[in-house]
Write a protein that binds this ligand. Structure first.
Ligand code: HEC
Length: 205
């Protein structure tokens, strides 16, 4: 037997003698249902910043890189900033900076140039023969840009400009010192102020 209230809820059709109730969905359910649909449209269209899949990882990466370039300059500008003769001269006059340069040399350069600069895979730093020149600018340029095809890495990618200035200053202090094992001269005989030491300087390979 059905109560009068149940009668009210009965729908007016009848199939195979079966009648059904009209059971409307609760309001809270409907609200959530429509909210998810509206949310999905907003999400899909990406109209509200922070809601949606955004511009995608590639675009986000490029944005970040562009911001970094604005802050720190392009890799080329960073390399140019490391070729700073003023900073190298300042390092030469400052024992603390020379000491910092020595630490960079010991940790970063010695595997190829030896701890005392006598040379190994890389050339001897204690003699007066230079392949790429020994003016401050030439030394800074060689360190900053490297000679990748000959096995000298590009240090602008790893070292900061002040570290490059410090280590460049430090290697000039090795001139004339007596390394345990001195590698044979490579390049051209140079005067200390960065000039080829004359026509009879005798280039060594
Ligand atoms: C992986 C080995 C390697 C490391 C590490 C390395 N160098 Fe070199 N370096 C070389 C080689 C090889 C050359 C010779 C390049 C050529 O033949 O043109 C060279 C050349 C140089 C020259 C030019 C010498 C010349 O005769 O003109 C300088 C200056 C120099 N290196 C400084 C450094 C400094 C400073 C560091 C550490 C920050 C360093 N190198 C680390 C391998 C290395």
């Amino acid at each position: 037997m059905s109560t009068p209230r149940d009668e009210d809820r009965l729908m007016d059709h009848k199939y195979d003698d079966i009648q059904e109730y009209d059971n409307p969905l609760p309001t809270w359910w409907n609200v959530i249902f429509w909210a998810t649909i509206i949310w999905s449209i907003i999400y899909f269209l990406n109209v509200i910043p922070g809601v949606g899949s955004g511009k995608g990882r590639q675009a986000l990466y490029e944005d970040e890189m562009a911001k970094a370039q604005e802050l720190y300059g392009s890799p080329e500008q960073q390399a140019e900033a490391a070729i700073d003769e003023g900073a190298m001269a300042a390092a030469l006059a400052d024992p603390a900076k020379l000491e910092a340069g020595k630490v960079v040399f010991a940790t970063t350069c010695s595997p190829c140039h030896n701890m005392d600069g006598g040379g190994n895979i890389g050339p001897n730093m204690t003699d007066d023969y230079w392949i790429h020149g020994n003016s401050p600018k030439a030394i800074l340029t060689t360190i900053t840009k490297g000679v990748p095809e000959k096995g000298m890495p590009t240090w602008a990618a790893t070292l900061k400009p002040d570290q490059i200035a410090n280590v460049a200053a430090y290697i000039t202090t090795l001139r004339g010192t007596k390394p345990a094992v001195a590698k044979e001269p490579q390049g051209i005989l140079m005067t200390p102020d960065g000039q080829p030491a004359g026509a009879d300087s005798g280039a060594v390979k």
